[in-house]
Design a protein around this ligand. Sequence first.
Ligand SMILES: Cc1ncc(C[n+]2csc(CCOP(=O)(O)OP(=O)(O)O)c2C)c(N)n1
Ligand SMILES: [Mg+2]
Length: 1022
Amino acid sequence: MQHIKTVLTQSRQLANVNRTFWPRHCAVRLQLPRYFVAPVATEPFLNGSSSNYVEEMYMSWLENPQSVHKSWDIFFRNAEKGAAPGTAYQAPPSVMSMVSSGGSLAAPVSKTVDRQVIEDHLSVQAIIRSYQIRGHHIAALDPLEISYACIEKPPELLMTDYKFDEKDMNSIFRLPRTTFIGGDEQALPLREIIRRLEDTYCRSIGVEYMFINDRYKCDWIRQRFETPGSMSFSKMDKRLILERLIRSTRFEEFLARKWSAEKRFGLEGCEVLVPALKTIIDVCSEKGVETFNLGMPHRGRLNVLANVARKPLEQLFSQFDSKLEASDEGSGDVKYHLGMAHDRHNHISNKNIHIAIVANPSHLEAVDPVVQGKTRAMQFYKGDTEGKKVMSVLLHGDAAFAGQGIVYETFHLSDLPDYSTHGTIHVVVNNQIGFTTDPRYSRSSPYCTDVARVVNAPIFHVNADDPEAVMHVCNVASEWRCEFGKDVVIDLVCYRRNGHNETDEPMFTQPLMYKKIRSHKNVLLKYAEAKIAEGVMTQQEFEEEQASYDKICEESYLDAKLVTKTSNAEWLDSPWTGFFARGEQRKYPETGVDEETLTHIGNKFGSIPEGFTVHGGLKRALKSRTELVSKRTVDWALGEAMAFGSLLKEGIHIRLSGQDVERGTFSHRHHVLNDQNTDKKRTIPLNHLYPNQAHYTVCNSSLSEFGVLGFELGFSMTNPQALVCWEAQFGDFANNAQCIIDQFISSGQSKWYRQSGLVMLLPHGYEGMGPEHSSARLERFLQMCNDDPDVIPVYHNNSTSDLNNESALTQQYAPKTLDEKFAIDQLHDCNWQIVNCSTPANYFHVLRRQIAMSFRKPLIIMTPKSLLRLPEARSSFDEMVEGTSFQRLLPETGLASKNPDAVKNLIFCSGRVYFNLIKERETKGLNEQVAIATIEQISPFPYDMVTEEANKYPNARIIWAQEEHKNMGAWSYVQPRIHTALQRERLCSFAGRGAQASTATGNKSLHLTELQNLLDTAFTIE
Ligand SMILES: Cc1ncc(C[n+]2csc(CCOP(=O)(O)OP(=O)(O)O)c2C)c(N)n1
Ligand SMILES: [Mg+2]
């Protein structure tokens, strides 16, 4: 018993501080030992599950020995005195029974211990706990009353399981501290205990929370659902719910009337979503949230735009006119994918709020991390470190929520220091079907929401046909988010009145369900009937309210017919008002930096902060940085640091995120120094360059590409004056985020008019590391570029020429000189930039150019691996100082360029193969016969510079050399463009690996043979 004694003494002190709840911010709370371990477990009447109850009793006893039953008091006293196992219980001096069949507390009945009393109390405790854990399984969640979670009543909820029968129902039991069902009462008859538990856990709300491993949070939830009367609404509240339901329902009816053949993915069957979201916004706004970023799928989106975000109805309705084309740039998107941002006054909180609905593709759930990134960025720039002002609300469909892995990846960002948005409210429109598929064929978990359990998010399942239950759940979820800054899920169990879209026939696949739905009254009518009967609204008021909203819709419908012009900009979810107000300067930016700045940043980047002990190996690496600086030379890491440092100096926030980016996968970066002697002592030298510099965020991410790339894209949408970079561990892994690349990054501006300056750093290059560590799939990025391979754009009047247009033809093939206007116009018109730098100076410039341009375009960089350390791949300060800029093509400057007519081969290439080529040229003694130029900016294609370089060597055979296989790499992109640049008078041949299914061989020697073959081909002089 010695062990217990020690714990007892400690606990007594603790108990004095812990009154109703465990203190929220008390560190010891999490570390509390379980009090009754081995010795007490040997007590004959205790088992694993009852020890919880005993612990409860014990804590109560510590606070106040009179608060527990006398038998317990004696037991604890004896235990404290060191009684041997079994004896503390068996020899009490007095025991009082609390059980009486008459329904009141009984007088002492026995001087001996009453085992039955204890066992019955343990049973009651177990019953309460069972309802808390499993009550949701038998809650009446499904409006259609088709078996919902397919779970039978658990035996733990059957009284017979506890050997209670009708005669025990009037017995009174003291309630443990783990329940609030008693309200002010400390003991209740068993019948009343069951009734209250059923009311709390088994009606329209199923509360799933007992897996949360934090007792304070569990108590917090219990209190909000169990406390008698906790779900009460005033007459005003009920009227508001009704008014909101009217809007939601009548909106869909209006659309159905006016555009019966149009797809709109109506909300019918879950009309309660609109009042639910509005309640969330009301409560969170009252608690201080100013900005709400919403991400949502197709279902009910138009309704949410109209009735939650209050998009002007005529703008919405005009989208149904297919002849109305946007007057500004972009190819647009269907109406149920568009985003928006809107400032409005919230009448309930009496505060102004900003609501943004983020544009999204059809790809379900893909927008989730994007919304989170946007929210995080807004929080960051507002200094909202706890997420009190900006929050996300994510909406989901039941099938997508369970099926899409990105949901899981996004949940795992929720609590990471540099990715958390401090709590998201998730709302699932759980219509119990995904297109034509039943849940039993679309998921293996009982609930579609089970994925949320991994982050300890409470899950509130609720019958969507009970609007007050839904509002209660929304109130609690909003409070939860504001109180704890953690995720929470609302599962709106509903149905889908029509087919997947309005033109679909659901009876093909779900005949019984839809028979039921046909005869199912909608929630507005049900609620209105109940509330009219209750006197909340009269029938006449109800009808007037409906008519008045219908009138609003009709008027907007007429106004929409007058709309002659629409603009994609009306649908922007992140308008960069200030940025565009500066006006566009179509000038190719100089991006050089004065030498003093380069030296300063380089030296800081290479020095060890005072009082800091770094690893010996790193000490050498840092020293070599300062040595390079003293020689006015940079390697890759220095080039990057100088780009970052100089932008930070100019007030540009930088964020570099991705797997292991702090050190760098190839151990070349070391942006975070870790002290070798002190745990968690870290420093980021780039944050200590200048007193008023901007902040640098560098963060190792979770091991997710889809989630993290989406997140950084969202982050980049918020502030155009920030450089947001995502780095893949190897470029090969980026295709796990293919959806973000295809659906958002390459096409986002065209579809949604939204710009992003996101930088993707993709380690790429054939180093013999095998098929999954060689290729970032450059060809795929290039295939998605929006430029025409057969046309050299002409920008004199900002239009592109066409091969069929004769006058344009003349212009197009006119010899071009290095034309900066051409370069910047090309950048302006492209959907993204694809770059493969061969020098650190060019890497430095392209990063700086990202900010110096007056518009934003995503930048995809194939970054090197072996070049990081290659002495030949270094740059001089001369290439980075004022007056210098990014070179789209690096021409031949060696011997071959001195006598161009004698040059037999002109090799164009890009990236690391350049260094193999120059070495081979040296070996083969072909320095005068072969010229080599690197195309650094592959897209937009530098037609002007390619033409100029080729024209310089009129007698040379033109070759494209690449290390990738022929069906990969840049070949299929550059070949037609080189031909176009050379007016098809000179053709380009290929030197590279033959076409293959896999990106690279896994055999090192084969890799080298392939390399030699491609070099031999490139240097064959015909
Ligand atoms: C990633 C992805 N895969 C497939 C689809 C095609 N699709 C569109 S809606 C849908 C069913 C969605 O069901 P659920 O998530 O339950 O939403 P609901 O339509 O029922 O509201 C499917 C499979 C898609 N849009 N996105
Ligand atoms: Mg569904």
